[in-house]
Design a binder for this molecule. Structure first.
Ligand code: FAD
Length: 749
């Protein structure tokens, strides 16, 4: 048959178009025909949400290649609006409907590639066919939604998977009132709960209403038009646009009708070269099954990367009779939700445990590049590995930057079967703008090795701590700021005092050690273990424990049953402790980019020294309204919150969490900014700090006493020393309010 096979391809987007062009590049003599039932081929499905939101403004940019280009450049015959109806395997023909001409015809093939994709899941519930109920799969779907948007105010997105989240984010960015309904009590179900929690908080922070743990049972419609979503508990969410993002089901009808086998997850069953059980028919993309790296079984991965790569392989195989084997698919996936990204490669802990693997996990929270280099953002990485062997099973990451790189490295390790010990040694590129000399990946690998080797064993972040002696190594203000959940009996011993205070602890008890994000806890755990304690780290420490155990804004849908939904994200109901922080070295960059520098200390402190350009709004006056007034209508600006050392700024951030304003707490406050060399302004005529007042007053008196001693009477020497020392003592200790009195002295005004 080779060298000039006739290759017929069903489906003209990710898998189909990749197969067609590779086939041509490998065989100039082949005849290649690509069928597409809709109007467009080779369009960017993944870009559709971003055109809805206006990020991709030019619709034409979504149309990556047109039929004419396929013809001119590749000599590929593209037939749009031509739908494959049936396969006759004996005759090796496909029955095709030409939707333009309105007739059916047969086309023969030597090799047939099935890449028909998948269809959105539309549950058979009342009202689901009403006007205003949409799913998003292709350009036509997108155009229909866009046409409706001008008359839409309220949107309900059902399903908080990848597509649901992207659509919800983008429609919110357009200023619409968006309610996101998710059934299982967490967004982004492939992730472990605590790793998805920052996304949930990010959605709420941006004013998306989130209804957790509620399935939908019907669409409410009036005269055939959707007016809301009815939940299983009877609550109705008002909406004039409903987007269903409930997942996809593979287009397997053609294959099934032709007697081809379907695999365990409903996709077309394939072998190592993506051949179906008919060697002349291949299947790729969302319709097909792949070898799954996680399970070693065949299953579906409805993602673009694997569709494109296997499309390329089968194009080559169909055109030449040989190709590399299709690789295992690991389901590496990533998403952006407002200012955060999150993603996964391989197994989550829950999926690994569900399959009975002896899986363990560590969490690392670290900067995405060197903390001292401007722009460092925090990310949390969860590494899942096999007990005993240390084989990497998967990873998840969430953060404002740098998560793609970490996930991609883990995807490579999964591909090659690497262990945490390999990861600890991998030679990653490093310079301060890009990473850290010990990258978060290394830190995660170190933590995993310490766990495996019993050097610092880890407990899961949601561990029941009631049976443990709990040591909290944070400073007192950190403890006040983020309460340790389920550990009121924790003993607070800041790390630097631990060695001296070991006697306060009982070495015979199992001991759980925590700090804010895990670094200090590791040091403390080692110190305790070296001193004979059976001490373990709580993975991810207080920060991840909070993500794992606290759903601060959850209002169970049952609580509102029968009424109008007061959803979790509704203003006023929102109270989250999560806030982003900014290193002092980045303050001027952010301020230069237009951020508002808001100093929440008292006016006196403010006058005594403030970061250049800061404005003062004392903590007691920090309200949504007051901050908006300072922003003067420019609510998109970032608000940098400063106090002396960070505590009050964090309180302010919490207070503003529900406002939808973007806030960043400056780490270490004005003190750290001053140490970092940032320009500090002082009021010449303003109040001076108490200590300084005292020094000035005491100095003045002592100087006067010395003059009097020299020119009038030596007895004044002793008196001046006595008065000076007394004033210093009184002022510094603020004895009898003397410090304040001196501060108010006329010479200090
Ligand atoms: P498709 O790309 O869907 O192409 C199949 C084509 O076959 C369709 O155009 C269909 O009309 C046509 N067809 C079906 N039946 C017939 C027939 N009988 N005859 C002729 N033609 C037929 N994946 C990621 O990895 N990252 C992302 O960020 C991402 N974002 C996405 C966002 C959205 C909104 C959507 C919808 C998907 C997204 N995906 C993403 C998934 C990704 O687009 C798919 O996994 C990928 O397109 C699958 O490729 P495919 O070739 O199997 O199917």
């Amino acid at each position: 048959m080779y060298p000039s096979p006739k290759i017929l391809i069903v489906g003209g987007v990710a898998g189909g178009a990749s197969a067609a062009t590779r086939a041509r590049r490998m065989n100039e003599k082949a005849r290649i025909i690509m069928l597409e039932k809709d109007a467009h081929v080779s369009f960017a499905n993944c870009g559709l949400p971003y055109h809805l939101g206006g990020v991709i403004q030019d619709r034409a940019k979504l149309l990556v290649a047109k039929p004419e280009m396929f013809k001119q450049r590749f000599n590929i015959e593209v037939r749009v609006r031509h739908e494959a109806l049936a396969i006759d395997r004996a005759k090796k023909t496909v029955r095709i409907r030409d939707h333009v001409a309105g007739n059916d015809y047969d086309e023969s093939y030597d090799k047939l590639i099935l890449a028909p994709g998948a269809a959105p899941l539309i549950p058979d519930v009342p009202g689901v066919r009403a006007q205003g109920v949409h799913s998003l799969r292709n350009i036509e779907d997108m155009d229909r939604i866009l046409a409706r948007l001008p008359s839409v105010k309220k949107v309900a997105v059902v399903g908080a998977g990848f597509i649901g989240l992207e659509v919800a984010e983008q429609l919110r960015e357009r200023g619409l009132d968006v309610t996101l309904i998710e059934k299982i009590g967490q967004v982004l179900p492939p992730l472990d709960g605590e790793m998805a929690e920052p996304l949930r908080r990010e959605l709420l922070r941006h004013g998306i209403r989130l209804i957790s743990g509620a399935g939908f049972s019907a669409i409410r419609e009036v005269a055939g038009t959707a007016t809301g979503v009815i939940l299983e508990n009877g609550v109705t969410v008002d909406a004039d646009l409903v987007i269903l993002g409930l997942g996809v089901r593979p287009y397997n009808q053609l294959a099934v009708a032709a007697g081809l086998a379907v695999g365990p997850t409903g996709g077309i069953l394939t072998d190592g070269y993506q051949r179906t059980d008919d060697p002349d028919i291949y299947a790729v993309g969302d319709a097909a099954e792949y070898l799954l790296g996680t399970t070693g079984q065949r299953g579906r991965i409805p993602l673009a990367g694997i569709a494109n790569r296997t499309g390329r392989l089968v194009g080559e195989h169909a055109a030449t009779g040989k190709s590399a084997r299709a690789p295992a698919a690991w389901g590496t996936a990533i998403i952006k939700v407002f200012g955060l990204g999150a993603g996964i490669a391989g197994d989550s802990l829950k999926s690994a445990l569900k399959r009975g693997l002896p899986a363990r996990a560590v969490h690392i929270t670290a900067n995405h590049h060197a903390g001292y280099y401007p722009g460092a953002k925090s990310l949390t990485l969860k590494l899942v590995y096999e007990a005993g062997t240390g084989r990497i099973l998967g990873a998840q990451a969430v953060g404002a930057a740098g998560i793609d790189k970490r996930l991609d490295v883990i995807a490579s390790f999964l591909h090659f079967g690497g262990t945490v010990r390999d990861l600890a040694q991998v030679d990653l590129a490093y310079a301060p703008p890009f990473g850290s000399a010990k990258d978060p990946l290394h830190m995660a690998a170190f933590a995993a090795m310490n766990d495996l080797d019993g050097i610092a064993p880890v407990l899961p972040p949601d561990v029941d701590l009631s049976g443990y002696q709990v040591v909290d190594l944070r400073d007192a203000d950190e403890c006040a700021e983020l309460r340790l959940i389920g550990a009121d009996h924790a003993r607070n011993i800041p790390l630097n005092t631990l060695r001296a205070r070991l006697g306060e602890l009982d070495p015979s008890r199992r001991t759980a050690v925590l700090c804010h994000s895990g670094l200090r806890a590791h040091v403390g755990t080692r110190l305790l273990r070296e001193n004979g304690f059976d001490a373990c780290n709580v993975s991810g420490a207080a920060y991840v424990r909070d993500l794992a155990l606290r759903r601060p804004t959850d209002i169970p849908p049952a609580a509102t049953a029968g009424g109008t939904v007061k959803a979790c994200g509704a203003p006023g109901a929102l109270a989250t402790d999560s806030h982003d922080e900014l290193h002092p070295l980045n303050v001027m960059t952010e301020a230069g980019a237009g951020a508002l520098l808001l100093d929440v200390r008292s006016p006196a402190e403010f006058r005594s020294g403030r970061v250049q350009g800061a404005v003062n709004l004392p903590l007691e006056d920090v309200t949504d309204l007051n901050v908006r007034a300072l922003l003067a209508g420019n609510d998109q600006k970032t608000v940098l919150l400063l106090c002396a050392s960070g505590g009050r700024a964090r309180t302010a951030a919490k207070r503003l969490a529900a406002s939808g304003l973007k806030t960043l707490v400056v780490q270490g406050g004005t003190n750290a900014c001053s140490q970092a060399g940032l320009p500090i302004d002082k009021d010449a005529g303003g109040a001076i700090s108490v200590e300084r007042q005292v020094r000035i007053a005491a100095g003045t008196l002592v100087f006067g006493g010395v003059l009097l001693g020299a020119y009038v009477d030596p007895a004044f020497y002793g008196l001046s020393g006595f008065i000076g020392a007394g004033l210093i003592f009184a002022g510094v200790t603020d004895w009898c309010g003397m410090g304040l009195l001196l501060a108010r002295a006329p010479w200090n005004r």
